[in-house]
Design a protein around this ligand. Structure first.
Ligand code: C5P
Length: 306
């Protein structure tokens, strides 16, 4: 094999409920991941030594050294299957960098799936998800795709019961970025400032599960929730205008994606999504507004050259 290309989706969190900080520096959480049709493409080829090259959306913000999550994934896979060659990784980005859509995790997931194929290593999707969890909290979901409940630090996954419905989303890209650890720290700070606050274990939203089972966008819009939204809004106050503009333009739901600053909006149809996207761009409350559908499949091989 001379190269393998994998397409991998971004995620949004339909629910993100964050529990107390754990001794290992992570937060226990309950989340509902949803893969949307905004994709990065990752190509891998044999090489004398590992390398990575990044092109596309926000490429200048992505490290092109050993810290790159895709290269970390290659090293984790190499250790698991012992003694393979170097890999040249090329990443073509569409998923916003540090945008709360797990773009780096997506690239790591894509690298695992692609190199497994390149080397004919024969690891199962379940084994690839377990290796992914060593690289980052959202990597396992990017391998799985669809709509899934995440527990632990997000890596313990169960596919969500859902009607075979397609939802129409608008993704508003922000002019800036928010590092995930900073947003979690702001949440901890805000919680520490609330006297008498009890730390309760996070629980799955029954309202959200009902909405997904019914495949109903009105119910789904009302059930969206994100504990990281308030801290993200504190750090990036302009997002309040973005969310308000989407609601005013008739979105069924409006939420910060993960740790932000990307925001997403639920529409009734593809036409409604296109109208919402142009209203958001017209109001000047985002850098760009893209339409997307979900759920979509996780990391998938799209090309192989022999
Ligand atoms: O696992 P990942 O590298 O994607 O996480 C990035 C950072 O986000 C962690 O170092 C941690 O600060 C924060 N995080 C957290 N709790 C989680 C997931 C991530 O505090 N469940």
């Amino acid at each position: 094999m001379t190269s393998v290309t994998v397409r991998v989706p971004a995620k949004i969190n339909l629910q993100l409920t964050v529990g107390p900080l754990r001794p290992d520096g992570y937060h226990g959480l309950v989340t509902v991941f949803h893969a949307v049709s905004l994709f990065d493409e990752v190509t891998v080829a044999p090489a004398a030594a590992d390398s990575v090259r990044v092109t596309g959306e926000g490429a200048d913000l992505v490290p092109e050294d050993g810290d790159n999550l895709a290269l970390r994934a290659v090293r984790v896979l190499r250790k698991a299957v012992a003694g393979r060659d170097g890999v040249a990784v090329t990443i073509d980005k569409r998923i916003p960098v540090a945008g709360g859509m797990a773009g780096g995790s997506a690239d790591a997931a894509a690298a695992l799936v692609a190199v497994n194929e390149l080397w004919g290593a024969g690891l199962s999707p379940r084994e690839l998800r377990a290796l992914g969890a060593e690289v980052g909290s959202d990597v396992a979901f990017a391998v799985l795709g669809g709509t899934a409940i995440g527990e632990g630090r997000g890596e313990q996954l169960t596919p969500a019961p859902a009607a075979p419905a397609t939802f129409h989303w608008v993704i508003a890209l922000a002019d800036g970025h928010l590092p995930t650890p900073t947003v979690f720290r702001e949440l901890d700070k805000q919680r520490a400032d609330q006297p008498g606050r009890q730390d309760t274990e996070p629980a799955l939203s029954a309202e959200l599960m009902d909405a997904l089972t019914a495949g109903d966008p009105v119910k789904l819009g009302a059930a969206l929730s994100n504990d990281l939204q308030d801290p993200a809004l504190t750090l990036f106050p302009e997002l309040r205008k973005t969310l308000a503009a989407g609601r005013e333009a008739g979105a069924r739901g409006a939420l910060v994606s993960g740790s932000g600053p990307t925001c997403f909006f639920l529409a009734d149809s593809a036409e409604h999504a296109a109208k919402l996207a142009s209203a958001l761009e017209g109001a000047g409350v985002c850098r760009r507004a893209l339409t997307a559908t979900g759920p979509v499949a996780g990391a998938t091989v799209v090309a192989k050259l022999h």
